[in-house]
Design a protein around this ligand. Structure first.
Ligand code: GLU
Length: 494
């Protein structure tokens, strides 16, 4: 095991096969935290040898996603570094050389079995209810004979020669020692017939050459750990610390998110994909805080963490191997916390593009002015459109009925508006200090509730039933426009 006081070298090794999801974000985050905490190095390695599942835009999306989250890496395909290339598709010869070395040392063998033969073996094993495994046909072919067949043009793959007896003990940092009988392990393919190494070999070679000290990856790789450990030992390399993170379950805690559930979450304004979260108005600080706590905790009560807090407090000893149910309510909660933590100017700059996308032309000055009142009420940045769009409209529109508060007649509402118009016109200013008291007196005299009376005023002034605090909003809108809007409302009711 590696001492965490030493600078760690960690890598995030995604396969560019689709959108960057939460699981990847969490792995990258933990990698980053360990690297920064120990003064170590964080590497991005793109595992792109699976041409069938390759998605050309995925690498760019990953890089953008990391950038948005604030997780910067030190070495990678776009940054270079002393251990490159950092795309596996550019490392074919390296893997071929190491595969050859395993064949030479007797830890791997050339296999000439045809797909047809393998299919028959599989069928027979299925019929006998055996677990599927390679039947060993080519295991003992003398190397010299195998080389002759290759020279003659026969197709082959390279398989790992798994010991048939004994057992393999591996170590996972979260789960401790795990021992498996070698007879249940397979002679896995390391290099395919097209000459491309599979993950099992490529990742072990890269982790060794890139001097990786901690391998953090999803627990779907835990079953492959005995094979990986055997490969590393066959080479005689040092073993990194393996950390297999917990899986994410759907919000109900039952099973993983299906494609349909993922699409349904999106309709609700939630997503498991990083790029969607950005578009849905989440702030990276909130996403990072939320993700960090899915599988790790500091103590039983601290919840708010900035990225810098995490660098200081994160520990691989407090990781939890149990599956974590995705909790979108918590995401909204953390997002709100971090929105409230932003400076007025920062928030103004972040909500501006959402208003612009909705067709408004917001001024930054006004946004900075309203930032304090927005902060308390925005679960996500895109809510600014519904909440504060009216600040940037020259005309507001709504139906006359919306002015009629529950339990009141139209005429009573018009009367109240007239009284409010009179009060507000007579004041020097319409902020809370000046207008608060006289309007509250009006509420008392009227015999209606504050909710009813201020509800009418809110619709008249903002055009909506929900808005940031009324007095603060009126102040930003300005006295003249407010009075004008109340007059319009009275006309509408008359
Ligand atoms: N390319 C693998 C994946 O995306 C990486 C696993 C690892 O980190 O080693 O699942």
């Amino acid at each position: 095991m590696t001492d965490l006081k030493q600078p760690a070298r960690v890598r995030f090794a995604p396969s560019p096969t689709g959108h960057m999801h939460l699981g990847s974000a969490r792995t990258a985050l933990y990698d980053y935290l360990i690297a920064r905490q120990t003064g170590g190095t964080f590497i991005l390695r793109i595992e792109d040898t699976d041409t069938k599942r390759y998605v050309p835009e995925a690498e760019e999306e990953l890089i953008k996603g990391l950038k948005w989250l604030g997780i910067d890496y030190d070495e990678g395909p776009d940054k270079g570094g002393p251990y490159g290339p950092y795309r596996q598709s550019e490392r074919k010869e390296i893997y071929a050389k190491y595969a050859e070395q395993l064949v030479e040392s007797g830890h791997a063998f050339y296999c000439f079995c045809t797909p047809d033969h393998l299919a028959k073996v599989r069928e027979a094993q299925q019929a006998n209810k055996e677990s599927l495994h390679y039947d060993g046909t080519c295991r003992e072919i003398p190397l010299e004979d195998a080389r002759k067949r290759i020279a003659a043009g026969e197709k082959y793959v390279i398989r790992f020669k798994m010991p048939k007896t004994g057992s393999t003990t591996v170590h996972d940092h979260l789960r401790g020692y795990i021992t498996v009988e070698n007879k249940v392990l397979d002679d896995s393919v390391l290099v395919k017939s097209d000459g491309w190494a599979l993950y099992h070999l490529a990742a072990m070679v890269d982790d060794y050459l890139m001097k990786i000290t901690h391998v953090i990856r999803g627990s779907e790789w835990l079953p492959s750990l005995p094979l990986h450990t055997q490969i590393i030992r066959a080479f005689g390399w040092p073993e990194p610390t393996f950390i297999h993170l917990s899986v994410f379950l759907k919000p109900s805690g039952k099973g993983k998110m299906s494609k349909r559930e993922t699409a349904d979450a999106m309709k609700d304004g939630h997503s498991i994909f990083v790029k969607d979260l950005e578009e849905l108005g989440y702030v990276p600080e909130g996403v990072v805080n939320w993700t960090a706590l899915m599988g790790w905790s500091y103590d039983d009560h601290t919840e708010f963490f900035s990225l810098q807090d995490l660098v200081e407090k994160f520990s691989i000893d407090h990781l939890n191997p149990s599956p974590a149910a995705i909790n979108f309510t918590k995401l909204d909660y953390f997002n709100g916390l971090h929105i409230r933590n932003l400076s007025d100017e920062d928030l103004a700059n972040r909500v501006k593009p959402f208003l612009e996308a909705a067709g408004y032309k917001p001024s930054l000055d006004t946004l900075i002015k309203i930032a304090p009142i927005l902060k308390e009420r925005l679960p996500t940045l895109d809510d600014v459109v519904d909440m504060a769009g009216f600040f940037f409209k020259s005309e507001i529109s709504y139906a006359a009925e919306e002015l009629v508060a529950k339990g009141l007649e139209k005429g009573q509402c018009a009367q109240l508006l007239k009284q409010m118009l009179q009060i507000l016109s007579s004041l020097g200013g319409i902020n809370k200090e000046q207008a608060g008291e006289p309007l509250r007196q009006l509420v008392e005299q009227s015999g209606f509730s504050a909710g009813q009376v201020f509800g009418i005023l809110r619709v008249a002034v903002t055009g909506q039933k929900v808005s940031p605090p009324l007095f603060e909003s009126m102040e930003v809108i300005g006295k003249d426009i407010v009075l004008n809007r109340i007059q319009q409302a009275i006309k509408l009711l008359d």
